[in-house]
Design a protein. Structure first.
Length: 248
């Protein structure tokens, strides 16, 4: 089965911003330098500069070891850089002191999607127990359930996220992928087509659209979508992977 994990870092950044701002507000004057670095790390992360965010988070931790906001930023930066082991350690350290930290639960859960989607689902459910209606946790829970073949439950989770925020692209994309995987191709295509055809659509969204088209049995149209995104050989390999994921 094709993994339908769609990563939209701004979701994580929004949660981290709340945590970081809350931590900065509570800092005494002696820790102002740490707070400034945490704020700069947040800005770097939101602008896509994971390496810069990591450097600033580490500087903050050098001044204030164990700072939860800095550890959250370090974990997210490492996640984006593909350094899963150290990222897990950062989120786990936060949870050691704050076992109900929603950003840490979601951050660690996203890393566990790779090797243990059942454990990831448990982390997302814990986050939702602390923050009911959290759209990032709802969307990621849907991904974890899809990876376990629980498509109906996954789709319910995506729909809850969309009920809270109808403009949430990650939930809508993953819902379309889930529908396609569960044999509801026409509904999936109808959901994805307007997003993929918009001027704001990026390469990742169009690739997801191609996956939905392939799983819906529209391989020629999927090939045309990918033609402008990647070399022919790479596109052919992607289409084969999508077809294998759907069993077609």
């Amino acid at each position: 089965m094709r993994s339908n994990i769609s990563r939209y870092p701004r979701l994580a950044a929004a949660a981290l911003a709340v945590a970081a701002l809350g931590a900065c507000a509570a800092r005494p004057g002696g820790l102002a330098q740490t707070g400034a670095r945490v704020g700069l790390a947040q800005v770097a992360l939101q602008s896509g500069n994971a390496s810069g965010a990591l450097r600033l988070a580490d500087q903050a931790l050098a001044h204030h070891p164990g700072d939860p906001a800095a550890l959250l930023l370090r974990g997210e930066a490492l996640s984006r850089l593909g350094q899963t082991g150290p990222a897990r350690a950062a989120f786990t350290q936060v949870l050691g002191d704050q076992p109900d930290s929603v950003p840490a639960l979601v951050g660690l859960g996203r890393l566990r999607l790779i090797d243990a989607p059942d454990r990831a689902a448990g982390l997302f459910r814990h986050a939702l127990a602390e923050a009911p209606g959290n759209t990032a946790a709802l969307t990621d829970l849907g991904v974890a359930l899809d990876l376990q073949g629980q498509h109906v439950a996954a789709q319910a989770s995506y729909r809850l996220a969309l009920a809270a925020n109808p403009t949430l692209v990650p939930a809508r994309v993953n819902l379309a992928l889930s529908l396609a995987q569960s044999g509801q191709g026409p509904a999936a295509v109808a959901m994805m087509a307007p997003m993929a055809g918009s001027r704001a659509a990026g390469p990742k969204l169009r690739e997801d659209y191609a996956a939905v088209l392939t799983m819906a049995g529209q391989s020629q149209k999927a090939s045309a979508v990918l033609a402008g995104e990647m070399p022919p050989a790479e596109a052919a390999a992607a289409l084969a992977a999508y077809a294998a994921g759907s069993g077609k």
